[in-house]
Ligand binder design. Structure first.
Ligand SMILES: [Zn+2]
Length: 478
C-alpha cells in the first residue's frame, strides 16, 4: 500500500477510513497473531506524548510508578466474585511452563487489581502506611473476539493506577481526582472535549462499587470511553485481606481505587480530529509539530534553499521539527503525505522565499488558502508558537461544536430512538436496568455516563416516564 492510494471519505465509509489512516500514517500494523497489533514508531511517539502528559499529572498529584508481574495465579482472579465473572470470558491462561504442566494455571493479567491487592496486604499494616498511591505503565491481555487497531486488541498498552486509603471518603476523592486528571489531559493536550461522569450499574467495572469515565464523541457521532476511574470500596481489600490498624488500634479493611487509560485513546484522537485528507494531530501531542519542505528545481537552487532551511530549522529548536529532504519524491507528494500523517504545520521554502526572506506556512486544520500565510523568516519561532496554539484551540472548539450539534434532548421515546440513529441523546433516566436494556435492544445505544455536572431539579425518565433524578447520555459506542 502506498500513500498515493486514495482514502475513502469519512461519509462513504468511516470505519474503512479509520483503518486505512492507521495503516497509511504508519501508526500501527496487524501482528501475525489475530487481534494483536504492532505499534509503529510514529504511533508510539504519539503514545509517548500522551504518556508524558499523564505521568507528569500523576506525579503532581502524589503518585509513584512501579512494576508488577505479567502472570497472576488463577486462584487470585477467583477471589473477587464480580471481578472473575466480568473477566473470565476474556482470560488468556498459561498451563505449561518450561515444558511442564503447571500446578496452578497462570492468567496473563487482564488488569492488576488482584495481584496488586495481594501485595498491598503484605505492605499495609498501619494507618501510617496509607495512602498508597502507585501507578504502573505496561500492557494487558483481554481475549476479545472482534478487534480493531487501537480500539480493541488482545494486548494493549496502558497505565493502571491502584491506590489504597484509610477512609471511604479519601478513596472516593481519589477516584474523582483521577477521572478529572484524564479529562484535563484529554481537553488540554489532545483537544478532545470529554464528558466526565458516572457509569451506570450495568456499565461499571467488574468488582467496582462505582465507576467514572470520560466519554468523547467521535467523527461519526458514536461515543468512545476514553478513560475510567473506579471506587472499589472494600471489595478487593476484603478479598485480599488488606487490613490496617487504625488510629484507635482497631483493625480495618482499606478502601481502594483503580484507574486506567490505554492506547485506545489514540483511536479517539484519530476519530475526533481526522478529515478526508487523513489524520489531524493536536500540536501538543503530535510527534512532529512542524514539517519543513524545501522546494527547488536545480542543484544551484538546492544549495541556497537548503542553507535557509537549515537556518530556519535551528531557529525552531523549541519545537518538534522534521525536514523532509527526500529527493525521490516531489514537493506536492510530500504535502499530501504530511497532510495524511496529520502534522499540524507545514513550512515551505523555495528560491523566491530565500530572496524575499519569507516562508510559506500551511495549517493542517485549515486546508487550502484559508490556512496559508507568508511570514518573514525573522521572529519565526514566535509566529509558529502562536499558530500552533491557535490550531490546538481551534481543534478543541471544532470538536466541541460538533458534539453540541449532534447531541439532542428528545421529548419522548420515539424521538429518542430516532436521534440515537445518528447522535447522542441527553435525557432524564430513572436509572433502572429495565429502561436501559430496552433502549439498547431498540437502538443498540448504551448509557455512556451521568455527568457530574447536572442540571437543576429533576425530570421524568424518557423511557418509562417515572421520576428521574439525573440526566444520562445515551449513545452507540465503540
Ligand atoms: Zn425509566
Amino acid at each position: 500500500m502506498s500513500t498515493t492510494d486514495k482514502l475513502p471519505t469519512r461519509s462513504e465509509n468511516f470505519s474503512e477510513w479509520y483503518n486505512q489512516i492507521v495503516l497509511k500514517a504508519e501508526l500501527a500494523d496487524y501482528a501475525p497473531v489475530r487481534g494483536c497489533m504492532v505499534v509503529r514508531p510514529y504511533g508510539w511517539a504519539l503514545w509517548e506524548n500522551i504518556q508524558q502528559g499523564l505521568d507528569r499529572r500523576f506525579k503532581e498529584t502524589g503518585h509513584v510508578n512501579a512494576a508488577f508481574p505479567l502472570f497472576i495465579p488463577m486462584s487470585f482472579m477467583e477471589k473477587e466474585k464480580a471481578h472473575v465473572e466480568g473477566f473470565s470470558p476474556e482470560l488468556a491462561v498459561v498451563t505449561i511452563g518450561g515444558g511442564e504442566v503447571l500446578e496452578e494455571p497462570l492468567v496473563v493479567r487482564p488488569t492488576s487489581e488482584t495481584i496488586i491487592g495481594y501485595m498491598y496486604s503484605k505492605w499495609i499494616k498501619s494507618y501510617r502506611d496509607l495512602p498508597v498511591l502507585i501507578n504502573q505503565w505496561g500492557s494487558v491481555v483481554r481475549w476479545e473476539l472482534r478487534t480493531r487497531l487501537f480500539l480493541r486488541t488482545l494486548e494493549f498498552y496502558w497505565q493502571e493506577g491502584h491506590t489504597a486509603h484509610a477512609t471511604a471518603q479519601e478513596a472516593e476523592e481519589e477516584t474523582l481526582r483521577m477521572v478529572n486528571v484524564y479529562a484535563d489531559m484529554a481537553i488540554n493536550d489532545a483537544a478532545i472535549p470529554v464528558v466526565p461522569g458516572y457509569k451506570s450499574e450495568k456499565e461499571k467495572f467488574a468488582g467496582a462499587v462505582r465507576s467514572t469515565t470520560i466519554e468523547a464523541m467521535m467523527g461519526d457521532t458514536r461515543a468512545l470511553q476514553a478513560g475510567t476511574s473506579h471506587f472499589l470500596g472494600q471489595n478487593f481489600a476484603k478479598a485480599f485481606d488488606i487490613q490496617f490498624l487504625d488510629w484507635n488500634n482497631q483493625m480495618q479493611h482499606a478502601w481502594t481505587t483503580s484507574w486506567g487509560l490505554s492506547t485506545r485513546f489514540i483511536g479517539a484522537i484519530i476519530m475526533t480530529h481526522g478529515d478526508d485528507q487523513g489524520l489531524i494531530l493536536p500540536p501538543k501531542v503530535a510527534p512532529i509539530q512542524v514539517v519543513i519542505v524545501p522546494i527547488f528545481k536545480s542543484d544551484s537552487e538546492m544549495s541556497v534553499v537548503m542553507e535557509t532551511v537549515e537556518r530556519v530549522r535551528q531557529s525552531l529548536s523549541g519545537f518538534r521539527v522534521k525536514v523532509d529532504d527526500r529527493s525521490e519524491v516531489t514537493p506536492g507528494f510530500k504535502f499530501n503525505d504530511w497532510e495524511m500523517r496529520g502534522v499540524p504545520l507545514r513550512i515551505e521554502i523555495g528560491p523566491r522565499d530565500v530572496e524575499k526572506g519569507t516562508v510559506a506556512l500551511a495549517r493542517r486544520d485549515l486546508p487550502g488558502k484559508a490556512g496559508k500565510s507568508f511570514v518573514p523568516q525573522t521572529n519565526l519561532a514566535t509566529q509558529v508558537s502562536e499558530i500552533l496554539q491557535n490550531i490546538q484551540s481551534s481543534l478543541y472548539e471544532r470538536a466541541l461544536a460538533f458534539r453540541q450539534a449532534n447531541t439532542h434532548d428528545p421529548r419522548n421515546y420515539a424521538e429518542l430512538v430516532e436521534v440515537l440513529q445518528n447522535g447522542w441523546a441527553y435525557s432524564w433516566w430513572c436509572e433502572s436496568a429495565v429502561c436501559e436494556a430496552k433502549v439498547k435492544e431498540d437502538t443498540k445505544a448504551t448509557t455512556r455516563c451521568m455527568p457530574f455536572d447536572q442540571p437543576e431539579g429533576s425530570g421524568k425518565c424518557v423511557v418509562c416516564g417515572e421520576p428521574a433524578k439525573r440526566k444520562v447520555y445515551f449513545a452507540r459506542a465503540y
